[in-house]
Design a protein around this ligand. Structure first.
Ligand code: HEC
Ligand code: HEC
Length: 217
């Protein structure tokens, strides 16, 4: 009885707090993205440490070789950076870059890029194959919808401990490359190997279509 009461009460207070926060949702969302770093300091440090030289002044690089970092979750940026540092994620350039930055500088730099606005395409491309997989997955091969983790417009999600990265508006070639690396196992740093499991179920033409579709979000 007491238990049931608690459940109902907990449910109500959740609904209520959700209601109260609704007005300032954008603000909360942004705080989740930025994390604990100082984005003003990060702006200067990311210039001094040459991140801007490759990833763009506000993290919106125009070259497909360099992934966009603008509007990305700070804790995802930090995790990837540490993975490059430890070698859990391999890339000749980033493995070298990551060895020379302190954790404090990294937190500030991540906050700066996270605080910038991500690229949003004017109109999402109508690519049926990709749209289906992205939004519905495919039950027959136990393929989970990308949207259930990465959000309906590729904005990513934040669960309080770990974030799922923003992928909408990212360079098509970078997305394609990462999906191929997840599939072959060349990249294997996702929690529980989730992205390797997902990508193994994808055919070449589906990877191509998904990369194009997601970059137009
Ligand atoms: C010489 C060019 C260069 C410089 C300088 C550079 N990067 Fe990178 N960065 C890259 C490339 C290329 C990749 C893509 C790696 C891959 O394909 O796996 C990358 C990937 C990343 C990623 C992973 C992005 C994702 O979506 O998973 C992060 C985070 C990152 N860089 C942060 C930084 C930070 C912070 C700095 C500055 C301290 C920096 N980079 C400096 C070239 C550079
Ligand atoms: C169960 C949750 C989940 C599902 C479903 C999922 N992802 Fe992911 N995805 C993740 C997580 C978590 C990461 C970050 C991995 C890491 O920490 O390196 C990620 C990373 C990625 C990346 C790399 C992003 C970058 O900046 O380097 C791409 C691309 C990607 N996912 C595409 C997809 C596509 C396409 C689908 C659907 C076919 C999909 N994901 C389904 C959780 C998921």
């Amino acid at each position: 009885m007491i238990f049931r009461f608690c459940v109902v009460f907990f449910g109500l207070s959740l609904t209520f707090s959700h209601f109260v926060q609704a007005d300032s949702q954008d603000e909360y969302e942004l705080l989740d993205r930025i994390g604990s770093g100082n984005s003003e300091a990060g702006k200067i440090k990311s210039r001094e440490e040459l991140c801007q030289g490759c990833h763009g002044e506000i993290g919106n690089s125009s070259s497909a070789e360099y992934p966009r970092l603008a509007g990305q979750y700070a804790d995802y940026i930090i995790k990837q950076f540490r993975d490059f540092r430890s070698g859990a994620r391999q890339h000749h350039v980033m493995n070298a870059v990551a060895s020379s930055i302190s954790d404090e500088d990294l937190t500030d730099i991540a906050a700066y890029f996270a605080s910038r606005e991500r690229v949003r395409a004017q109109q999402r491309k109508a690519i049926e194959v990709a749209e289906k997989i992205y939004s519905n997955g495919d039950m027959r091969r136990a393929l989970i919808a990308c949207s259930s983790c990465h959000g309906s417009s590729g904005q990513g999600s934040y669960a309080g401990e770990e974030s799922v990265p923003t992928i909408g508006g990212q360079h098509k070639l970078y997305l394609r490359e990462q999906l191929l690396k997840w599939r072959s196992g060349d990249r294997a740093n996702s929690p529980g190997g989730v992205m390797n499991m997902v990508a193994k179920l994808l055919k070449d033409e589906e990877i191509e279509a998904l990369a194009e579709y997601i970059s137009s979000m």
